[in-house]
Design a protein around this ligand. Structure first.
Ligand SMILES: [Zn+2]
Length: 96
């Protein structure tokens, strides 16, 4: 096994810390599932870390709800919500 150095990308804050991303959206609804009532995005889903005020792509989420039961990116088939392409790219690049 070899150690590879990766370039530090802009926006990456604390190296070595695993980042956890959750889905957030401007519009949500509650749905009944076999796990109970859960919050689902009904508008484009973005990625957001708990305790922050902005999405990965930089949108302010003051009035949005974060779905702590829905890790970002959303698994295909679980929801019909579209995912923000910028958030997808940022999470894949820097959110290991
Ligand atoms: Zn986004």
């Amino acid at each position: 096994m070899t150690m590879t150095q990766r370039p530090v990308t802009a926006g990456r804050r604390r190296l070595g810390r695993a980042r956890r991303w959750y889905a957030t959206a401007a519009a949500t609804e509650e749905r009944m599932t076999e796990d109970g009532i859960v919050l689902w995005p009904t508008s484009v889903a973005h990625a957001k870390e708990a305790g922050t005020t902005h999405t990965a792509c930089g949108l302010w989420t003051y009035s949005w709800r974060t779905m702590m039961d829905l890790p970002f990116p959303l698994r295909r088939g679980r929801t019909q919500a579209a995912m923000c392409p910028a958030c997808l790219l940022l999470v894949k690049e820097g959110g290991r």
